[in-house]
Design a protein around this ligand. Structure first.
Ligand SMILES: NC(=O)c1ccc[n+]([C@@H]2O[C@H](COP(=O)([O-])OP(=O)(O)OC[C@H]3O[C@@H](n4cnc5c(N)ncnc54)[C@H](O)[C@@H]3O)[C@@H](O)[C@H]2O)c1
Length: 270
């Protein structure tokens, strides 16, 4: 674990995908407060314009980018380098939900969840890491996964599978980068419930999908932490040098213990 003085981030460049709302917007605000140049990336042009206007006093650069599109993410990396030079912090954060039982999900919805939540993270890594290695300056890559990456939840299998995959990508990335000796740190961000519009934007299939989407919207409103609190948790985790960063470490520990008990106890999912 390498601790970080957050003041060292001042003057560096942060790139945040999914920055037009929710957790991504809060991360962008926090990075701006720390004196970073901030690249806001999202495919929602109106949302981007709103956050860019809000952060007009900071050095922000809004780039419309669909993380599922390889060429778009390549353009994002090139535009970032042209504008600000080396990247200090990359947060692959864009994500979508889609609820419904596996056999009731429309194929295009299943594929979209995987495309944004997994392939989008891959594109972020693919487009930025070679530049970071060439820059040979200290850098951090954070992938936003979820506590869903270590749990099993009915009627959101596509999301859960995508987050398990995104976490696996993150762990592999850490090991691969360690092999190269590049000064690039990797962290996995596993938020618990955060009060954002992710379920308001979610597609839903079938009765179970509709019911879960409605229940989760209420749950996030009633029990979710604020996006600002989630951003604080991420930056605190970066400061202490953690790889695994949670918004609620106690609850995450409980979920991890349950998962470990199932795996080591040869117990079926439940
Ligand atoms: N809200 C929660 O409770 C929670 C919990 C765990 C993990 N997460 C994860 O946090 C991340 C942010 O979610 P949020 O809750 O802030 O949701 P949100 O819907 O508020 O924000 C997601 C952002 O991603 C953008 N986006 C979606 N598809 C995109 C694409 N193809 N290209 C570029 N941008 C795209 C959206 O436009 C939006 O601005 C996601 O990865 C999500 O899975 C959220």
């Amino acid at each position: 674990m390498t601790a970080l003085d957050l003041r060292d981030l001042a003057g560096g460049t942060a790139v945040v995908t999914g920055a037009a709302s929710g957790i991504g917007a809060a991360l962008a605000r926090r990075a701006a407060t720390l004196g970073m140049h901030v690249v806001l990336a999202d495919f929602d042009a109106d949302g981007l314009a709103r956050i860019a206007a809000e952060l007009a006093d900071a050095d922000v650069f809004a780039v419309r980018c669909d993380v599922t599109d390889a060429a778009d993410v390549d353009r994002l990396a090139a535009a970032t380098a042209d504008r600000f030079g080396p990247v200090r912090l990359l947060v692959n954060n864009a994500g979508v939900e889609s609820t419904g039982r596996l056999w009731e999900m429309a194929p295009d919805r299943f594929e979209r969840v995987l495309a944004v939540n997994v392939t989008g993270v891959f594109h972020g890594i693919r487009a930025f890491v070679p530049r970071m290695i060439a820059d040979a300056t200290d850098a951090i890559i954070v992938n936003t996964t979820s506590v869903g990456a270590v749990t099993t939840m009915p009627a959101q299998a596509a999301y859960v599978a995508s987050k398990h995959a995104a976490l696996a990508l993150t762990e592999c990335l850490a090991v691969e980068l360690a092999e190269t000796g590049a000064p690039i740190r990797v962290a996995a961000f596993l938020p618990g419930p955060v009060h954002t519009d992710i379920y308001a934007r979610a597609d839903a299939d079938g009765v179970a999908g509709d019911a879960l989407r409605a229940r989760m919207r209420d749950f996030l409103r009633e029990r979710g932490v604020t996006p600002a609190a989630a951003a604080d948790a991420l930056f605190e985790g970066l400061a202490t040098g953690e790889f695994w960063i949670y918004t609620d470490a106690e609850r995450a520990d409980e979920l991890l213990r349950r998962r470990a008990d199932r795996l080591t106890g040869h117990l079926p999912p439940g």
